[in-house]
Design a protein around this ligand. Structure first.
Ligand code: 13P
Length: 251
């Protein structure tokens, strides 16, 4: 049985004080909630402060990106050890906004996952097609290529530590959620791909989150799909009440 995971991707929102307010609001309501795993992924600048609020709670901290080198002259980048130092447990890798605006590729996504796993961070790896690709009936081949690139060279044990997030680009920040059937179909493909390329057990246990305009009102029907194991939430995670409702409605 896979335990649901609801993770909030705060993107480039919230100053330190705003982040502390938000995480306190979430903690107040979800401190004793054990039916789903919960994670918040603030901007780098707020990680340490949010961690101070979360220490010894059931709510995990995640970062939104990392750089694969351990240290050195890489101005503006953040290493795995730096993230762990701030209390991070998860790290989002290969979000479509990183791919689109910052030219990340399947190859650099792979390097990032490798570095995260080596350091003990748990990657949340994002895949998903654009509207043009969906309309051209290329969804499955695009997602398959992204998976092949991202997971290249990993062992079964490593794959066990990875969370996958299917985020159709056309559903991100648009209010246009994939229907449960549309999402369910791609999730089933992803699980089958893991089974084919790694193991039955790995396919059975890997968590595949859906992301793209998830709200308190649509999480339930998405979670009804057999292969949807949780959500990576953007806009609706920036308000404590709405994030809390998504978590409580997810089970
Ligand atoms: P929205 O929930 O705002 O559509 O964003 C989804 C997302 O990109 C999460 O990583």
């Amino acid at each position: 049985m896979r335990k649901p995971l609801i993770a909030g991707n705060w993107k480039m929102h919230k100053t330190i004080n705003e982040a502390i307010d938000l995480v306190n609001g979430i903690k107040r309501e979800l401190l004793d909630f054990e039916s789903a795993d919960i994670a918040v992924c603030p901007a780098f600048t707020a990680l340490s402060s949010v961690w101070e609020v979360l220490i010894n709670t059931n709510i995990k901290l995640g970062a939104q990106n990392l750089y694969w080198e351990a240290k050195g002259a890489f101005t503006g980048e953040i290493s795995c050890d730096m993230l762990k130092d701030c209390g991070c447990y998860y790290v989002i890798i290969g979000h479509s906004e990183r791919r689109k605006y910052f030219h990340e590729t399947d190859e650099t996504v792979n390097k990032r996952i490798k570095a995260a796993l080596a350091s003990g961070l748990f990657p949340i790896v994002c895949v998903g097609e654009t509207l043009e690709e969906r309309e051209g009936e290329k969804t499955i081949s695009v997602v398959k290529n992204q998976l092949q690139g991202a997971f290249n060279g990993f062992s079964n044990e490593e794959v066990d530590k990875i969370v996958i997030a299917y985020e159709p680009v056309w559903a991100i920040g648009t209010g246009k959620t994939a229907t449960p059937q549309q999402a369910g179909e791609v999730h089933a493909f992803i699980r089958g791909w893991v089974r084919e390329n790694f193991s039955d057990a790995g396919a059975g246990s890997i968590r595949i989150l859906y992301g793209g305009s998830v709200k308190p009102s649509n999480i339930k029907e998405l979670m009804n799909e057999a292969d949807i194991d949780g959500a990576l939430v953007g806009g609706a995670c920036l308000d404590a009440d709405s994030f809390v409702s998504i978590v409580t409605n997810s089970i």
